[in-house]
Design a protein around this ligand. Structure first.
Ligand code: SF4
Length: 919
């Protein structure tokens, strides 16, 4: 029997060394009240509500900060404890304007029902009543709210931003918000300011949130125990007890955060994070917390539409489905199945992508199916599959919290994957080392110990030089390389061509910094390598990925917790769309189209023939519309008229389409060209699954009904298949996954809906007893056997700055919007936080061109021009212009270069030549 036993309320409990009394109590279901304790943050004991009586101690102790000890005897509810808590509550109530209590002056404490009545009469009732922890404790402990004279300090209510109302008259200075901001989200936007009775929580310079470093993640609201911080969008919309709560997965980035949707009368009225739910562990970012109300927009597509001349007219489902089935059949008969192509949706559930690729393969008879991974991480899928045998993130977000060393390259993670970034920042705060490599001084670079500002498109030169140092100084993991990998000598021969001095000339990082970084990297084991689109969106994207894999294998870092190669996938379900076989060369579960046995297996299951030859990739599908190779294109949920490079060219191709079909939830720039538009059910209007970056398959649940006649996408594909002669058994997302996907794809064999009700499972899951795979390639035992070290030469970007176009344009995402704003642009508040695109330029270039911050300029490339506001910022080095593609009118993709990587066919969104003109 363990010695670590503590007695709480006369019962013995085991505990782990280092646990506090509060943690042991919580673990065992013993409720100790607290108003300041925040899981994951340093205990402060500020509220003194968690006081307990410990035998032998002279005074009461705060259980949140007192370590459990062997033979300790704790009483959590002795009369002394209760009296002390009551006294503390009465003091706290005197610290502010808690009018749920003051309204009841002389009448005692008011119940929620009485407060409802007062609220209905227009009384100034605290917006947090019903969820206010202070109020419920006051009621529970039957305190006297008038025992102490209330503080006279009054603060202005601040609600000059669209999302958060702050009223410090209701604040009890528990410090939870400050800890949530600094220790959990690590945004460092607020702290305590002023002294004595004037003390309050402030931003830097005590400015309003909208003019501060606040990024509106809303974590402070989630933890505030009173009505001091209130979600402005949700406030007044409902009472907690009127809502049902539905757990689901965020519809934005590839972190896959778990949310609780608060639903009232078929509307989502609020979103909070699932406490302790993997992977986000109670955190959300601004999009996850506030970007939900797009589904209720009046602009939703609610009925099928058919083009008649230049107009769209409403049609019945039968009319529209019959027309699509008839046209597809005609084109197939006249031009063959390869004249039809489809682009699936990385935002929608796995089951939709599965049915779409099945429609194309089993019914139309072509492998012409692809999706937007082509635009972002196709290089990852190809590169990592070649290096390791599997093209997915090797490790887990849980490792981010525990890792001791990070090498982050080409990843603006604080904006593109905000919650993943919080784990990295938190680890750094707790002592981990962080090396950031990027052309821009991004927000994550502010947390780095080493920042290497490389020139755009020079990653391979830098990575080779790091490996040069590791090899020449004998710092690499020789044993790992000898036993777990092949190709070392061939790779070394190429790496030896990149001494730091040569690499320095190419990438702009001083040779000494390269040497120091290599030594640093070798000093902590394992280290995690994290990358995003700065690595993949280049004409050398696959080589960049191979190079990242080489570095980590050389260091012996792959196959271990807190190590590996970790690409952060962009869209919420881009991993899943790949997993489901919405790729021209891959069937569900990455079984190869060209593999006769895989082909045979699916032919038998689907009862239909399809070719062994891989289909076309997205760029060739789009160009094929113009050349005539493709007669019909089916675009599901993607806005390719904005997301693909060189918009003018894409629009010419779409214009030339003989037949274009779109499934979408809104009219978009792409649906303008459609001949038939199907109105789809959106996220939260259908049940299914998403797979996040770390290969975790999680539930997406139905919370509300779709508007009008909008229908689930899997149903639309099934209906077209039926009209083309196929009979498909599965009648729901659940049946599609449980009866088809997990049966046909060994990677997901052990994943069934009933097993992922809570935190989901990370594939591979070979059977129903398997717990999922948090770390792939266990200890260097790779999916492909031995890891492949592949020699990689540096090649420059396709288009370089010259006299006519002297700047390099690089592109990416910004925090407050997502892709082409079809969702975030229709979510209240987000446009207020970012209402227009900017071209970010360096102060030096701005001065040379006499451009002022906020002034309109023209950015011109060989393909087009945009007028946009200049943002002069030190984030960007001289010679670089940086833009996003969220806003149509000045979308960076009017300018970007469509040149692609020869293997992945991902375009070089990260580099093209431009010039700037002052207007
Ligand atoms: Fe959603 Fe990504 Fe934000 Fe998480 S980090 S809440 S998944 S957008």
């Amino acid at each position: 029997m363990s010695d670590n036993i503590i007695s709480i309320d006369n019962r013995g409990y085991n505990f782990k060394t280092g646990q506090t009394i509060l943690e042991v109590a919580e673990e065992n279901g013993i409720l100790i009240p607290t108003l300041c304790y925040l899981k994951g943050a340093t205990p402060t004991g500020a509220c003194r509500m968690c006081l307990v009586e410990v035998a032998g101690a002279r005074s009461l102790l705060t259980s949140c900060s007192t370590p459990a000890a062997p033979n300790m005897s704790v009483n959590t509810s002795s009369p002394r404890v209760i009296n002390a808590r009551r006294y503390n509550l009465e003091l706290l109530l005197s610290s502010g304007r808690h009018n749920c209590l003051s309204l009841g002056k002389g009448k005692g404490l008011l119940t929620d029902a009485q407060l409802d009545e007062l609220s209905a009469k227009g009384e100034d009732v605290c917006p947090a009543y019903g969820v206010c922890e202070l109020q419920s404790l006051a009621v529970q402990y039957q305190v006297n709210p008038d025992r102490f004279q209330a503080s006279q300090t009054r603060y202005e209510i601040e609600d000059v931003n669209p999302l958060i109302t702050r009223d410090f008259s209701r604040c009890i200075l528990c410090g939870r918000c400050v800890q949530a901001c600094n220790e959990i989200q690590v945004n460092r936007a607020i702290s305590f300011g002023y002294r004595g009775s004037e003390a309050k929580v402030i931003t830097r310079g005590d400015r309003p949130l909208s003019k501060s470093d606040c990024v509106f993640c809303g974590q402070c609201i989630q933890v505030c125990p009173t009505g001091a911080l209130v979600n402005k969008k949700a406030s007044g919309a409902y009472r907690q007890r009127e809502t049902k709560k539905v757990r689901t997965t965020c519809p934005y980035c590839g972190v896959g955060c778990q949310q609780l949707l608060h639903v009232k009368n078929n509307r989502i009225v609020n979103v909070t994070a699932v406490e302790d739910g993997a992977p986000n562990m109670g955190r959300l970012c601004v999009k996850g917390r506030y970007g939900y109300d797009f589904i209720h927009s009046s602009e939703r597509l609610t009925t099928p539409l058919i083009r008649r001349g230049k107009e769209f007219v409403e049609a019945s489902w039968d009319e529209a489905l019959d027309l699509v089935a008839k046209k597809f059949t005609e084109i197939k008969e006249k031009h063959g199945p390869d004249a039809i192509a489809g682009i699936s949706c990385a935002r929608s559930i796995n089951e939709d992508s599965y049915n779409m690729q099945k429609l194309f393969r089993a019914v139309i008879g072509t492998n012409n199916i692809d999706h937007c991974a082509r635009t972002c991480h196709a290089a990852t899928v190809a590169g990592l599959a070649r290096s390791f045998g599997s093209g997915a993130m090797t490790n887990s977000f849980a490792d981010f919290q525990k890792a001791r060393m990070f090498f982050v390259i080409g990843s603006n993670m604080t904006e593109a994957h905000p919650v993943a970034a919080t784990f990295v920042k938190q680890a750094v705060r707790n002592g981990a080392r962080l090396i950031v490599v990027d052309p821009r001084y991004t927000a994550i670079a502010e947390h780095a110990h080493t920042f290497l500002q490389i020139k755009v498109g020079s990653d391979v030169a830098l990575l080779n030089a790091l490996m040069y140092v590791l090899i020449t100084e004998g710092l690499y993991d020789r044993q790992y390389v000898d036993t777990c990998t092949v190709g070392f000598e061939e790779m070394k021969a190429v790496v030896m061509k990149y001494p730091p001095e040569r690499a320095a000339e190419i990438c702009g990082v001083p040779a000494q910094d390269i040497i120091k970084t290599a030594r640093d990297l070798a000093s902590v084991k394992p280290a995690m390598l994290i990358y995003t689109l700065g690595i993949t969106e280049h004409v050398c994207g696959v080589n960049n990925v191979l190079s990242c894999a080489n570095l980590q294998m050389l260091l012996g870092n792959v196959g271990f917790e807190c190590g590996g190669v970790n690409p952060l996938r962009g869209q919420n379900n881009v991993q899943g769309a790949c997993d489901m076989g919405a790729l021209p060369g891959d069937l569900p579960g990455y079984q190869k189209v060209a593999d006769p046995s895989a082909n045979e297996k699916f032919r038998k299951a689907w009862g239909a023939e399809f070719p062994l030859k891989p289909g076309l990739m997205m760029p060739d599908m789009i160009t094929g519309l113009k050349t005539g190779a493709i007669k019909a294109l089916y675009v599901f949920g993607e806005n390719i008229a904005n997301t693909e490079p060189n918009i003018s060219h894409v629009e010419e191709c779409l214009e030339a389409a003989e037949f274009l079909v779109c499934n979408d939830i809104f009219p978009t720039e792409t649906t303008r060209f459609a001949h038939v538009i199907f109105p789809s059910a959106a996220w939260s209007e259908d049940e299914g699954t998403f797979a996040n970056s770390e290969r975790r398959v999680s539930m997406v649940r139905k919370a509300v009904e779709p508007p009008g006649q909008a229908r689930p996408n899997w149903w639309i594909f099934r209906e077209i298949a039926r009209r083309m002669g196929a009979t498909w058994e599965s009648r729901s997302g659940r049946e599609i996954w449980d009866n088809e996907v997990s049966v046909l794809a060994p990677l997901f064999a052990g994943i069934k809906y009933r097993r992922i009700e809570k935190d989901g499972l990370q594939w591979p899951v070979p059977d129903e007893d398997h717990p999922g795979t948090a770390c792939m390639h266990n200890q260097g035992s790779f999916t492909c056997g031995l890891g492949n070290l592949v020699p990689v030469e540096w090649t420059p970007p396709d288009e370089q700055a010259d006299e006519e176009y002297p700047f390099v344009l690089s592109t990416g995402r910004r925090l407050y919007h997502y892709h082409t704003r079809t969702q975030t642009g229709r979510s209240e508040g987000l446009n207020d936080l970012l209402g227009e695109e900017t071209a970010d330029i360096s102060p030096k270039d701005a001065m040379a061109l006499n451009i002022r911050h906020g002034e309109k300029i023209k950015v011109i490339s060989r393909r087009g021009e945009v007028r946009v506001t200049a943002k002069v910022t030190r984030q960007v080095p001289p010679g670089l212009v940086w833009m996003a593609f969220h806003f149509r009118e000045n979308c960076a993709n009017w300018l970007t270069n469509p040149a692609t990587d020869p293997v992945s066919r991902t375009a070089e969104f990260k580099a093209c030549a431009v010039r700037l003109e002052k207007l």
